[in-house]
Design a protein around this ligand. Structure first.
Ligand code: OXD
Length: 334
């Protein structure tokens, strides 16, 4: 008998075909149903209700689920679920679904998009350093004003989080001639390529004081929420810049806006925010030398192929009873 695995998320047809070819697995594509059941507004209400009850019936039969977006009340609606594979590296969005308490194994998309995110970080570091956001705003005024440029080569890149994204960033930062320091939960773990020194959470102040570019690449956990608050920002050198590709929760956004407004920081590149989409009233929108992108640093043309490589591998392992890749550990928070 085959294992029934739900899929909630779009992948290219060619990749869906590869997933469906894994023997012993029956894929139930719930993507459209989940989208219909989440539709809001009076004209969608009837269809949403019908979709919701069909989704309930299909969820109740699943042994595993591959998901892009969290399905509301997943644990209650899918009591026989033994495994959930997320598209994402960070699985914090699954928290309200109750799945962490259900005993199901959760696996993440760790590593799938880390090369793209590392490229975004380095592109942002160069753009901030060379003042591209300011020049871009001058264009609208046809203004010819020269600004002092910073230098990336020889500067210090401090990376919080040395998982797949942190390590890919460290490799590119080293190639750009930067000195790389890292901070992670367990400083005494194995050495990390391209990282000169690994600090632990207790050394945060000494770590921050060295940063020309502070890069956040750690998951949102109890220990990292608001890690970069007003006190942490005050530790940074005048003229340092912040790059956040982790989660908005890691930063106190109001304190960051103050530090930028008062020119204590040189700039910031932000792909993630406390609230997404970033509300129109956020002061970050109008601050100079701030790069804002809509949580897309992971975007890459071959995402579906790389994700499918992981899905096929983990589906095969699950079927064969072998250890899964990227198992999420709730105690560590990643
Ligand atoms: C992730 C992301 O994969 O935010 O978690 O891109």
């Amino acid at each position: 008998m085959s294992i029934r695995v739900g899929l909630n998320g779009r992948v290219a047809d060619s990749e869906l075909e590869r997933i469906r070819k894994v023997e012993g697995i029956e894929i139930d594509d719930l993507t459209t149903l989940a989208r219909r059941s989440a539709a809001r507004g009076p004209e969608a209400a009837e269809d949403a209700k019908a979709a919701e009850s069909e989704l309930d019936a299909r969820l109740s039969e699943l042994e595993a689920l591959i998901t892009w977006q969290p399905i509301p009340r997943l644990a209650a609606r899918s009591p026989s679920l033994k495994w959930v594979q997320s598209f994402w590296a960070g699985v914090d969005a699954l928290e309200p679904t109750g799945i962490f308490e259900s005993g199901a194994v959760i696996t993440t998309g760790r590593g799938v998009t880390s090369p793209a995110i590392a490229e975004w970080v380095i592109a942002a570091i160069y753009a901030l350093s060379k003042q591209f956001p300011n020049y871009d705003s001058f264009k609208t005024e046809k203004r010819w004003t020269r600004l002092p440029a910073g230098k990336v080569f020889g500067s210090t890149c401090c990376i919080v989080g040395l998982g797949a994204i942190g390590q890919a960033t460290a490799a590119l930062a080293t190639a750009a001639g930067m000195r790389v320091l890292g901070l992670r939960r367990t400083p005494d773990g194995p050495t990390v390529p391209n990282v000169e020194h690994v600090y632990g959470p207790a050394d945060l102040p000494a770590f921050l004081e060295q940063a020309d570019f502070l890069v956040l690449a750690a998951p949102a956990t109890e220990n990292t929420r608001k890690l970069i608050d007003a006190t942490a920002l005050a530790r940074l050198k005048p003229g340092a810049a912040l790059v956040n590709v982790a989660r908005g929760e890691l930063v106190d956004e109001a304190a960051l806006a103050d530090a930028l407004r008062e020119n204590r920081l040189f700039g910031a590149a932000l792909d993630v925010f406390e609230t997404e989409p970033l509300p129109a009233e956020s002061p970050l929108w109008s601050l100079p030398n701030v790069i804002i992108s809509p949580h897309i640093s992971a975007s890459m043309p071959d995402f579906d192929i790389r994700l499918t490589d992981l899905l096929v591998e983990n589906l095969t392992r699950y079927r064969d009873g072998d250890p899964l890749l990227n198992v999420y550990d709730r105690n560590r928070g990643y």
